[in-house]
Design a protein around this ligand. Structure first.
Ligand code: ZN
Ligand code: ZN
Ligand code: ZN
Length: 807
């Protein structure tokens, strides 16, 4: 596997199980098989290999799909941390979680009787010969190994910690448990029990603390290891060699020990980890649900037979049968049959959508009562569902601007806390009540523990995670946390008329002809000229001509001017189509139809004038019906105090007609596509916070320019890329929903930050003993660790409430 060109790089070898390239020196495990050494990225891979080396060493079949990329694990607090195996974040020490977008469509095969057999290809079980079954990787609710591990450690900590705790409590309450249990026995029991608790159950904390030192990135585990370590080592020394301690450590002549603190803190931090991991696994349940929507197989029609094939074997162009009640396997077009499809899982729209030949269907939506045959058009990672999952999981890893505050605070926090703990120690040691050094130690430990910054670090990402997932379930796709945060602060909404306010499918409403011309000739020649054009008006004209049964000829010398018109030769006649100015430029006087055209425009139609052989021949009125949902959406937006601006390339009269019907006062008509962006820019220069909603490719620059770009989902991928928010169903009510989501998420983040700050800002001074001189109030390290566990869990719990927010 050595590469000639990269002699200086360490030689990498292939992990035969997962296919990852690894350095032999960094391999987690090795295995010698038939005289050769194999290296593995993790022990799991080595175990699989040892169970059955043969299958991993066979060359893969040539027609096999490319090996799926391994799952990537990432930290919810530090999205830049990405590694191909689970573990703890090198920065903050938090358990990494799989980036679900990296497991999309990954399928592995396993034996129903022997779950240990897992293959990347179909086949038969080497043990029992049964055919292997496909299963989607990462979707089974496989227990999180981190959670299993932490739970086991927690149980051991509780079991062994209990006697230590009981003895300490008894001592504190002045009970004499038994005459033979004196201080020395208590200490030795404490030492014996706390060694496994601290150094086995609590070992991950020390590992992570050490990693934080190596990475120079102090985090919660730095504090916990310091606190637990201080309590334990002091107590151990006091048990083994009480003679070395000065009088200021002694209480009635005995050196007190804090084994109880060490074990209880360890147990509570473990409990916190368990609760946190459980709660965190629920925060991305939205993505899991989305991924779970994808069916596992599709019924392909080939050579007159129908076969069920695994989903990832479906290819573009395959004909697929979708029976009643089944899920549509991939994105495509209906070619036979009629049905109604429930698309609510991707659009958030509860009503089923009628489908007939020619209708587009989306993978993972649920077929109603009709059976249809469809042609696959987008498969695998190209499907809308895959795009949605990718977008949501990418958004979940972005940082909201509001988080900068938390980040800045957190960066200074840990060093500041260590300093505060040291300060508390010095002050208590100098002027505290007796036994001074003992008090100093306990209070310093309490400060270290209560100041744990993990709640602060979790406050924003958890809310973003739950919020973006909630949005996806309602057809609101958030590209990044910034867009989600900005949306609530928008005061102006610029809407592109066509396709956003209207249905975007213009239809010819009337054809007029000048004296000496026939209406059907005007339409036919216009359609001949327009068939090469991609303009929506062109589609309407050709569709109308086709409907009237006209056969139209190919155009020659076709020319088009953006936003102006088109010209060319059709059936040997010179045809010019466009607005008045465009016709004038071609030497045609459009005035004789001006009155009639104007009255059509007042009804909201766009009029395309036609000249044939240099004479004004007629006009075609094309109207784009306003979406049914638009008036309600606009009313809601207006109620929220959003200024509406309508933007369109249409003629002023047409635009005004639509605008006045919808009650929009600010209309920017006759805006050429390249100028849309300038309109947005201008408004922003006036100090407005502008959201721009549009759908076409030519809207992309304006979407990118705006404070928040909103792509209407019927649009193109380009618009999706440049927009912060995508509404899967191109419907303005989605904007209302998106704003509600944005407000709810921001509110939730503020609550979380408050919860986190309040614990730390109240907890640290109290733990340091600031209230002691006035009220005699102190927090023991045990209560400090309970408070810090509760703070993280309450932040996550609060974030989870976003799942139920009404949109
Ligand atoms: Zn991290
Ligand atoms: Zn088997
Ligand atoms: Zn913590």
């Amino acid at each position: 596997m050595a590469n000639e060109d990269r002699q200086s790089d360490p030689v990498e070898v292939l992990d035969p199980v997962c296919g990852m390239m690894i350095e032999p020196a960094g391999a987690a495990a090795t295995c010698d098989y038939k005289g050769q050494t194999y290296y593995f990225c993790m022990t799991d891979c080595a175990d699989k290999f040892k169970a059955d080396p043969g299958t991993y060493l066979q060359p893969r079949p040539a027609d096999a799909p490319p090996a799926p990329d391994g799952t990537i694990y990432t930290c919810p607090m530090d999205p830049e941390v990405r590694q191909p195996h689970p573990g703890a974040c090198p920065k903050c020490g938090m358990a990494l979680e799989p980036d679900l977008s990296t497991v999309i469509g990954r399928v592995e095969w396993t034996c129903p009787m022997h779950p240990e057999i897992v293959r990347s290809e179909p086949g038969s079980c080497p043990i029992c010969g049964m055919a292997l079954e496909p299963r989607t990787v990462g979707l089974e609710d496989a227990p999180n190994p981190e959670l299993v591990d932490m739970t086991r450690r927690f149980r051991v900590a509780v079991l062994l910690g209990l006697p230590v705790f009981v003895l300490a409590m008894a001592d504190m309450l002045g009970w004499r448990l038994a005459p033979f249990i004196d201080m020395r026995v208590t200490n030795w029991v404490g030492l014996a029990c706390s060694i496994p608790v601290v150094f086995w159950a609590g070992w991950p904390f020390f590992e992570r603390a050490w990693a934080s030192v190596v990475n120079r990135h102090a985090n919660m585990f730095t504090l916990i290891a310091l606190g637990v370590g201080a309590a334990f080592f002091f107590s151990a020394a006091a048990t083994l060699a009480p003679g070395v301690f000065p009088e200021s450590f002694r209480h009635h002549g005995v050196v007190e020990t804090y084994f109880d603190s060490a074990v209880v803190i360890t147990a509570l931090v473990l409990l916190g980890q368990v609760l946190e991991l459980r709660a965190r696994s629920r925060t991305n349940s939205a993505i899991r649900q989305l991924l779970g929507l994808a069916p596992k197989t599709a019924r392909v029609l080939r050579d007159g037979t129908e076969t069920d094939v695994p989903l990832e074997r479906v290819q573009v162009g395959d004909l697929l049968r979708v029976r009643p009640g089944e899920k549509v396997p991939v994105d495509g077009v209906v070619i036979e049959g009629r049905t109604a499809v429930d698309e609510s899982m991707v659009t958030g729209e509860p009503l089923p959508v009628e489908k007939e030949p020619g209708s587009r269907v989306t993978g993972a939506t649920i077929n109603g009562t009709g059976s249809v045959i469809m042609r696959a058009e987008r498969v695998g990672s190209g499907t809308l569902l895959a795009q949605i999952v990718r977008m949501v999981s990418e958004a979940q890893r972005t940082r909201a601007p509001i988080q900068r505050l938390a980040d800045t605070v957190a960066a200074w926090f840990v060093p500041a806390v260590v300093a505060a703990a040291a300060g508390a120690f010095v002050v208590w040691a100098a002027v505290g009540p007796d036994p001074r050094l003992a008090h100093a130690l306990v209070n310093a430990v309490a400060v270290l523990i209560i100041a744990c910054p993990c709640a602060l670090g979790l406050a924003t990402p958890m809310a973003i995670m739950v919020g973006t997932g909630r949005g996806a379930a309602a057809g609101v796709l958030i590209r990044n946390a910034e867009a989600l945060e900005h949306l609530a602060r928008v005061d102006t909404l610029v809407v592109d008329k066509t396709g956003t306010l209207t249905e975007g499918k213009p239809k010819v409403s009337r054809v007029i002809a000048s004296p000496g011309f026939e209406r059907k000739d005007v339409l036919r020649l216009a359609a001949g000229l327009e068939q090469g054009s991609e303009h929506p008006l062109a589609a309407a004209i050709t569709a109308a001509a086709r409907e009237s049964g006209a056969a139209f000829a190919e155009a020659k010398e076709f020319e088009s001017a953006t936003g102006g018109g088109v010209s060319g030769i059709v059936e040997g006649r010179r045809v010019v189509l466009g607005n008045a100015a465009y016709l004038r430029r071609h030497g045609v006087d459009p005035d004789s139809l001006a009155g009639e055209a104007e009255s059509l425009r007042r009804d909201g139609a766009t009029v395309v004038l036609a000249a044939i052989d240099g004479r004004l021949a007629g006009g075609i009125a094309v109207a784009d019906p306003v979406r049914e949902t638009t008036p309600e959406a606009l009313r809601l937006l207006r109620e929220e105090g959003v200024n509406l601006v309508m933007l369109t390339g249409d003629n002023r009269t047409t635009a005004q007609a639509v605008a006045s019907r919808l009650g929009i006062a600010d209309v920017r008509a006759e805006v050429l596509p390249p100028d849309k962006r300038d309109v947005v820019k201008q408004l922003q220069q006036q100090g407005r916070r502008v959201a721009m909603a549009g759908d076409g490719i030519n809207d992309a620059p304006a979407l990118a320019e705006a404070f928040v770009g909103i792509a209407m989902g019927t649009g193109t991928d380009v618009a999706m890329e440049s927009a912060g928010v995508t509404l899967v169903k191109g419907d303005l009510r989605g904007i209302v929903r998106a704003r509600r989501l944005s407000r709810a998420t921001l509110r939730n983040i503020r609550q979380n930050l408050f919860l986190a700050f309040i614990y730390n800002s109240v907890g640290v001074p109290v733990a340091a003993g600031l209230l002691y001189p006035f009220f005699g109030l102190l927090i023991s390290p045990i209560w400090a660790s309970a408070a810090m566990t509760f703070s993280s869990v309450s932040v996550i719990g609060n974030a989870l409430r976003l799942r139920g927010v009404r949109l």
